[in-house]
Design a protein around this ligand. Structure first.
Ligand SMILES: [Zn+2]
Length: 506
């Protein structure tokens, strides 16, 4: 008896159809699976065998061969437990109608008692299947993440028995649907607020500009000045996720196996430790998983103690920062994950942390400080449109009661500035000022003669490189947007020039 069951695989976030073929023939009892990585085969066989028996069905004492096709598609093991079990039960005619089976795609891990367990990647699988107008039988615990996808009929199931009854027409399961918009309306609840942080008004202003234009920020200051407190609050002033963005973020968490309850409605904030490997930051592994830069997609990647990160890790960040996606090459395939994030970094001014502090004495030599700062390459430093030094808080600021505006108030201005950018960049393929290329800048930031000569003078005086010049213009564009001004004027440029640190000046 031969049976065929449709299932799915993923290449990055792209869904690929897999056919599970099961042949049961006379001969000594055996159970072989081909087309799966070796280490996954053994476990899958045990789970399928136990699940079928414990669900109350007979496991055939014949020669069973399972083939997962196409062979060249990489397959993660446990997703195929359910389709393999369905195939065996169809071949042994426990499930009467192969035509009924053929209507669906199946994915699910089995537990030994026949229960069906949550899988990774259900959302991108469902999105791919929805484009094919396919019907998808999947674990009940994956229901919350896929039910917002329109155009797919998803049938959530908890136990193998349920699936058999369903396919035999003895039970009905309603496909599950929900709309995403209710979940997104306020952009999530945050436990932090900008008004919790006392003082540091210049840094707060800089972060508002960064949020408004999508600019990367580096903050330099002594320990305890509030760098981490401020970075953590950045997602609270970013615009709420759009429906499309929320689905993109959720897909990545789904593939990474990090999804807890349904669709993600808040912008992600990731803060990997400085000892992290490049694989954990960029992504990869035997079955390539998204790294921190993709988990931060549409959100914030915070690198605290920037110079302490391994230099090779920092250097591999540059390309994805530019492209908005990352390509991971493995032996047999190349996978792409999105990685458009805001990079926020924090660093001390010197190894001991107290260089420039009016109270603490710095114990570092000039050589130590230079070596510390040299860990960050010029090209990486240039990726930070906004560079700010945070002063030690004055005693009256520490004692002050007020932290200033709430995140909600700041976010209103950010949202308005983003609206101006959305209109301006319609059809150009970019969404924010941070993404402006030199060519686009000519078109979108026309300067008056006064502004132009001010910029030229300043860049001579400050010894700006071409990249430094562009960085100031991009930030000035955002400051003008926050001002709801169509043109970039002198005060906008003058303010933008303040967000700049020359690392070589010690
Ligand atoms: Zn020092």
């Amino acid at each position: 008896m031969l049976s065929k069951v449709k299932s799915v695989s993923l290449k990055g976030l792209e869904e690929i159809d897999v056919i599970v073929e099961i042949d049961i023939s006379r001969g000594l009892p055996s159970f072989n699976i081909v087309g799966l990585p070796d280490e996954a085969v053994q476990e899958s066989r045990e789970r399928v065998r136990s699940a079928i028996k414990n669900a109350g069905f007979e496991f055939p004492l014949h020669r069973i061969t399972v083939n997962l096709a196409p062979a060249e598609v990489r397959k993660a093991g446990s997703v195929y437990d359910l389709p393999i079990a369905i195939g065996i039960l169809t071949a042994t005619e426990v499930i009467h109608s192969p035509d009924a089976v053929n209507k669906f795609h199946f994915a699910g891990e089995l537990s030994l008692d026949g229960g069906i367990r949550k899988i990774s990647g259900a959302l991108p699988m469902a999105i791919g299947l929805s484009e094919k107008k396919a019907h998808f039988v999947l674990p009940f615990d994956n229901k919350d993440e896929v039910e917002v996808i329109s155009g797919i009929d998803a049938y959530p199931v908890k136990h193998l028995n349920e699936v058999v009854e369903f396919l035999n027409g003895d039970r009905s399961i309603a496909p599950s649907h929900q709309t995403i918009s209710d979940k997104l309306k306020e952009g999530g609840e945050f436990e932090f607020d900008f008004s919790d942080v006392k003082g540091q008004f210049q840094a707060k202003r800089a972060l508002e500009i960064a949020a408004a234009g999508g600019h990367n920020v580096v903050m330099m200051g002594s320990p305890g000045c509030g760098k981490t407190l401020l970075a953590r609050r950045l997602p609270t002033i970013l615009p709420p996720l759009s429906e499309e963005e929320a689905i993109q973020v959720t897909q990545i968490y789904s593939v990474a196996g990090l999804l807890r309850d349904g669709i993600i409605t808040e912008r992600p904030f990731r803060s990997p430790h400085h000892t992290s490997s490049s694989v954990s930051i960029i992504g990869g592994g035997r079955i390539p998983k998204p790294g921190e830069i993709s988990l931060a997609h549409n959100g914030v990647l915070f690198l605290d103690e920037l110079p302490e990160f391994r230099r090779d890790v920092l250097e591999v960040l540059r390309q994805p920062l530019e492209d908005g996606f990352v390509t991971i090459s493995r032996a047999k395939e190349t996978i792409t994950y999105p990685s458009r994030f805001m990079l926020i970094a924090a660093m001390n001014p010197c190894p001991c942390g107290w260089y420039g502090d009016p109270v603490h004495q710095c114990s570092c030599s000039v050589y130590d400080i230079k070596r510390y700062r040299n860990k960050i390459s010029g090209p990486l430093w240039d990726r930070f449109d906004i560079q700010i030094e945070l002063p030690r808080l004055l005693p009256e600021e520490m004692a002050g009661q007020t932290g200033g505006e709430t995140s909600k108030e700041i976010r209103k201005r950010v949202v308005n500035a983003r609206k101006m950018q959305n209109e301006r960049y319609k059809g150009t393929g970019i969404f924010s000022n941070a993404q402006l290329t030199p060519k686009l800048m000519k078109e979108f930031i026309p300067l008056g003669s006064e502004e132009r000569s001010f910029m030229v003078n300043a860049s001579e005086r400050l010894g700006l490189t071409g990249r430094g010049f562009d960085r100031i213009l991009r930030v000035a564009r955002t400051i003008a947007d926050l001002d709801l001004s169509k043109e970039v004027k002198l005060p906008h440029i003058a303010e933008a020039m303040q967000y700049r640190i020359d690392l070589s000046i010690i």
